[in-house]
Design a binder for this molecule. Sequence first.
Ligand code: ADP
Length: 600
Amino acid sequence: MRILALNCGSSSIKCALIETATSRRLAEARIEQIGKSKARFHAGEKTRELGESTSFEQAATILLEEMQGAAQGLGAIQAVAHRIVHGGERFIQPTRLDKATLAELDAVSELAPLHNLPALACARAAMSFIPDIEHVAVFDTAFHATLPTRAKQYALPKDVVDRFGIRRFGFHGTSHSHVSHATAAHLLTTPQQLRIVSCHLGNGASVTAIEYGRSVETSMGMTPLEGLVMGTRPGDVDPGVLLELMRSAKMNEAQLNDLLNTRSGLKGLTGTNDMREIETRASQGDEPCRLAITLYSHRVRKYIGAYAAVMGGVDVIAFTGGIGENSALIRHRCTQRLEFLGAVLDEDRNRDAKLSSAQSVAQISDPASRARIVVVRADEELAIAREAAVLLSQRSQPDSLRIPVAVSARHAHLSQATVERLFGEGYQLQVRAPLSQTGQYAAQETVTLIGPRGKLAGVRLMGPPRGHDQIEISRTDEFVLGVDAPVRISGDLNNTPGITLEGPKGTMTIPNGLITARRHIHMSPSDAERFGVQDHDTVEVRIDSQGRDLTFGDVTVRVSPDFTLEMHLDTDEANAAGIERGDKGELEERGEVEGRITRK
Ligand code: ADP
């Protein structure tokens, strides 16, 4: 596919027309220093001044005109891929852009104002300039969808986290993903064989721990402010400092925003965010510039060590981005004293490392170094174009068979009579959260299951009450309780065992109803038609979960007009397939992977 990738940064737009089948750049152009007097357009040999008043929309239009001209004779542009830094909770995976999606993205843009606002302006300009083809947003957060909960979550109260959607997302995903693939290809292996600490050091900067192909920890958090020292952002700051500035300097939100996004980092320390200038001034004895280099490299080194600890070791330390690719001095300082990790820099190779389109990865470690140190040429445009192509090729398949996966924790459906035995006469279940299937909800109430061997407390009730009691547990729960729960589809309770239930107002033993839920997919009749399946068909579903791929057999199809397309697995099954459980609710948590049906 010929895809035009538009990579809009905080002060620049880079674009490239890419033939994704061959990864070839057919044409490229860029505009730098947008909004400044030094704003400049570059395309091959061509270059021209643009002036301070050129907006992002205008810059995008200039580039699109250039690219359309360049594309003539190469074949039409088939789609445009846009890099969008933050898609909030809702947009993680590549997404087709339309007016509604743009409006939703506007709403989350304050989470990454430096980047999202210009990128969305660019996207709008491009969509009106080339309206008849697909426009796809690729999010910087996507690669970090694999972050485990321990790396994703802040230690804040659950109600605050849930109410405001507070979590770590991570950024520079396309760049870190490219680093992992390009490094593995250079070392004649696959990302699944390597533990990589990837350092993207550009104007924005972040480090990611990529453990056998998956992002497991990353230095940017809910917004691109956390972590490393950056061009104009400070990275890690004690949150108490902000409270202090609000208290003593009476800073308001806008002032803090400005301080943290545009006046800190290298610029705050030295007056400029240009590392070249900082290095030059440091070599002439400028103290603030010397300090900036020390602080900058110390922070990177600290993260490298921490991420090696997170992964239990490191095989590759990779540098990319404007500073990572070009500054031998910063690479030297960041990798000093890392011998204990088995990483030894070769000073000559480091100094002489030169990247080009022909050589996109250079090794700069000593040949005897156990861990390799490499420099990788950033190619975010290629990574964006590739991700968009994957989405578009799925869409163009006549019968795309992807389905979302939800994970069900142990739970109980009770009759109203049983509810009253356990919670008191006339008791009505209280709604805690609606489930994806119409009318169903997770109740606020929980019960304790008591088996011959052990107990399980906090088992969530589902509402509304049903005609029969039905308790759904996993295989692991069977061991804890000391019971056998046959694998059954919901409602098929003949010859199932019972169990003792304990509630706040009573205990009772139900005669039957204890099951392990049979794997199943809910779908509407139109979904069934699209998939070519019928109610009660048995299918296989392949889960591609990066590192724990698994094909589930014996999956029952359930069709009803009330159903929303979703496969349900229990926690044991989800763990076996490496499906990350989300942070919301306790019964149905959407997996971060999708399944693909293959008919038996
Ligand atoms: P962005 O995050 O905006 O894409 P880049 O990846 O282009 O930024 O990185 C910009 C940074 O790279 C600037 O601080 C610039 O000074 C620095 N840089 C570029 N070339 C060199 C060089 N030869 N030596 C040191 N720093 C460099």
